[in-house]
Design a protein around this ligand. Structure first.
Ligand code: GLU
Length: 411
């Protein structure tokens, strides 16, 4: 291995076949002695040294900076707005270093086939890990989407996966009308790893961005094999696994469609509107509170202090200890909007079954049906900033963007 360097174009013969491609840097999170090759079709393959029968240098690939994107007549234009995370990086084959993808050429390096799908306009609003995102970042992304919408037929937003569903929910509420699809996409494994999902996710996202969809969606692997992606509604999606490629699920719901070779929708969805309406204000004085047995009353009190609203993740059908009821009643009387969701994640809140639930409902706590807690949190921030206080309570219970499902889905 010593005589080979990251970035060399190599040919490897193994029992499983011959692989040609660029030698990538050793994966960051692996202790194995595995070598990873990026093949010409964009896929990465990992080979353990014991399997190698022959490793030799092959004809070198074109240098990174010589690739140029040409405008192709007749293809739709898709804007890629980078925000950071694993997906928004590419490997420079000459140096082996992982860089943020900043231009159309950089994205092309991860997925050369996107030029067959669309003319790409690429820009970067910031390059951060999604755990560092704040509501102000959601607003920046929304405004950039609005600008790009004038120049393109679809939007793709590469994003870190950790908080992608919060951003998807925020954009879903902020855009009351959308004349084009807004597709968030991430990857669980970086493009320098053999099992990277970046390639399929990105090309699938571009395909969805060309459809007649007028909603915010998340496109990610639908299964652990590398064959298809699911299209999740922005208000129903959740990261349900720390590392699997199919970590994203539509919860209490179903994906609205799927992408393999083609895009296929199998549920109702909103079509492109004629115009774009953006209401991008958010009230940050909202808490999302996970109730736990033994939570001191003062902790709840502190989390509600100075807030205009709160979403509680209660136990089971939507409960907190009964000693909390007087505090919540008082806060609601003083004008705070408090909604109840469940830490069960699956299923629907029901405050009519047990006495604590009935007391909470009587105190004015709003049962939020089957809405995901994170979605309810974002929705309340958006409602409080854009509507009169008296409308917020009933709008929290109304289905505005698919965040409340009337249908029941078996799990
Ligand atoms: N934790 C980071 C994030 O969510 C990186 C992992 C990823 O992109 O999924 O941005």
């Amino acid at each position: 291995m010593q005589e080979f360097q990251e970035g060399d174009y190599v040919e490897v013969k193994t029992k499983k076949g011959v692989f040609r491609g660029v030698l990538l840097p050793k994966p960051k999170f692996s202790d194995d002695d595995i070598i990873v090759i990026k093949m010409d079709n964009g896929y990465n393959v990992g080979v353990v040294p014991e399997e190698i029968r022959l490793l030799r240098r092959a004809e070198k690939r074109e240098a990174r900076r010589e690739i140029k994107v040409k405008f192709r007549e007749g293809l739709p234009t898709v804007s890629i707005i980078g925000t950071g995370g694993t997906i928004a990086s590419y490997v420079d084959y000459r140096t082996g270093a992982v860089h943020p993808a900043l231009s159309a050429e950089d994205f092309l390096f991860t997925v050369p086939e996107i030029v067959e799908e669309a003319n790409i306009r690429a820009s970067v609003v910031f390059n951060i890990l999604s755990e560092d995102m704040k509501p102000e970042h959601w607003i920046t992304i929304a405004r950039k989407i609005k600008d790009e919408a004038e120049k393109s037929d679809g939007i793709v937003v590469p994003h870190g996966t950790d908080t992608m569903s919060y951003t998807a929910a925020a954009l879903s509420f902020m855009f009351e009308k959308l004349p084009l699809p807004v597709v968030l996409v991430g990857s669980q494994r970086s493009s320098d790893r053999p099992s990277s999902d970046a390639y399929l996710n990105l090309i699938s996202a571009v395909k969805v961005a060309k459809t007649d969809l007028g909603e915010v969606v998340v496109v990610m692997h639908a299964s652990s094999s590398d064959d298809r992606c699911a299209i999740h509604r922005g208000t129903r999606v959740r990261k349900m696994h720390t590392s699997r490629r199919d970590a994203f699920e539509s919860v209490n719901s179903m994906p609205i469609g799927e992408v393999s070779d083609k895009v296929r929708f199998f549920r109702e969805y909103r079509r492109r509107d004629d115009d774009l309406v953006l209401r991008d204000r958010l009230d940050e004085k909202v808490s999302l509170i996970y109730y736990y047995p033994g939570m001191p009353l003062e902790v709840m009190e502190r989390m509600l202090e100075g807030m205009h609203g709160a979403v509680i993740m209660g136990t089971g059908l939507g409960h907190v200890a009964s000693e909390f009821v007087p505090l919540l009643r008082e806060k609601i009387r003083d004008g705070m909007v408090i909604g109840m969701t469940t830490q069960c994640i699956y299923g629907r809140v029901n405050l009519n079954v047990y006495s604590t639930g009935r007391e909470l409902k009587h105190a004015g706590v709003i049962p939020l049906e089957d809405m995901l807690p994170e979605v309810a949190y974002v929705k309340l921030m958006w409602l409080l900033a854009n509507y009169e206080p008296e409308d917020v309570t009933h709008l929290m219970r109304e289905n505005l963007r698919g965040e409340i499902e009337k249908r029941r889905f078996l799990k």
